[in-house]
Design a protein around this ligand. Sequence first.
Ligand code: ADP
Length: 256
Amino acid sequence: MQRESRKVSRRRFLKEATGAVGAASALTILKPRWVRGAEKEFGVVVLLGPPGAGKSEQSRRLTARHSIPIISTGDLLRDQVRRGTQLGLQADTYMKAGQLVPDSLMNPILEDRLSQPDCARGFILDGYPRTLAQAESLDALLKRKGLPPHIILLEVPTERLFKLLTGRRICPRCNRSYNIYFQPPQKENLCDADGTTLVQRPDDKEEVIRRRLDTYQKETQPAIEYYARQGRLVRVNGDQPPEKVAGEIESKLASQ
Ligand code: ADP
């Protein structure tokens, strides 16, 4: 029943996006696109979930499997900060405080990235949308591009998230992420891939984490409810080993 309503709403999304006349034409675009993968446009995967739920890890697995780029809004913002751009300087204040960067800064950065040629077949969106307003802007943007999104929610109990976040360490060179409690590197505090010393992000400090989880509840939950109401939300158990999470994502995507 839930799957049926999801299909119907994806069909409606495509119809509005492409002006496709019949349901059959919408469905033939949809399913083979996912199954054949390498041909034509691939589609968009939107990964939702609280901070620390493993969105980056799952994005990396999806990009390796389907050869579409990961668009992480956190990484886009950090890149602006690193380059010292005007947008980056403004965004940095919000990020350090564990608050959301306003849409007036966030949306132009995202739109610019999505207009690059490598996004034409589709992409994985990690960290966007985080508010109801962003979910609505994204729908409008994707309709213009004719790319219907698959909306995946990684669910993890709140009590585990705290350990996941305080234990997170990142390789500043290759961006690979570890966890000192659940997924430690082979050599203490060194990246398995390139041996670089791992770092803790400033926004992974304890009081900032509390604020980020709070922001997720207040701001992002309404976006999740928006997708759920429309029957477009695919829930995945994020509280299991990464390869199991990846398997569940793939099988749910294949059945869409
Ligand atoms: P996490 O998912 O662990 O919170 P991210 O790297 O996705 O980490 O985001 C880091 C910070 O960047 C966020 O705390 C927020 O300040 C900012 N940010 C990322 N994505 C968005 C977004 N879609 N809208 C507003 N701010 C964002």
